[in-house]
Design a protein. Structure first.
Length: 173
């Protein structure tokens, strides 16, 4: 009977050791949390991060920046909201996505930019009409993060397409 008790104890200890080792190895494999904040029309002096304002305090933004990464230099070849979002999501320039205009949720969907047939009489060059939708088959940052095992979410303005193809699929895990 004592021998059976020792065997059970050894098995339990081996199981505890295995589980502890397994989960400690998994803990080393954890990925960092990623929170990407994009704010339309945020000026360089609109938070207290750079010490350029005394009108208001933004302690939570400062705390997030201290714990993570702060990007202080950037370039945008599409300094409008929709082209910027499309570029960040796809990694492509506005010229490549075709989204170069201010708003892309119009009722008339265009998936690529088009050169207008005629320019207005007061203009010497023809305009390019912006695409109004991000192509549904575009490989986006969200898809890449999901493929890497991340749970993803988007909160706020979208304006990169309307309809069933663009609706969020809500899944809670």
């Amino acid at each position: 009977m004592l021998k059976l008790g020792i065997q059970v104890c050894l098995r339990v200890m081996a199981w505890v050791f295995f589980v502890t080792f397994h989960f400690s190895a998994k803990a080393d494999e954890t990925r960092p949390n990623v929170i990407f904040i994009l704010i339309d029309s945020l000026g360089w002096s609109d938070t207290t991060l750079y010490g350029m304002t005394q009108f208001y305090q933004t302690p939570n933004i400062e705390r997030i920046a201290r714990r993570g990464m702060l990007f202080s230099k950037a370039y945008s070849d599409g300094p409008l909201d929709c082209p910027t979002r499309a570029s960040i999501l796809t990694g492509q320039s506005p010229a490549r996505t075709g989204i170069t205009g201010v708003r892309s949720t119009g009722s008339d969907p265009f998936l690529k930019a088009e050169l207008l047939d005629q320019a207005p009489p007061e203009q010497k060059v023809r305009e390019v009409r912006s695409a109004t939708r991000l192509r549904a088959d575009s490989y986006t940052l969200g898809k890449a993060m999901k493929a890497a095992g991340y749970a993803t979410g988007h909160f706020g303005k979208w304006e990169l397409g309307a309809g069933k193809k663009f609706r969020a699929r809500i899944r809670v895990r």
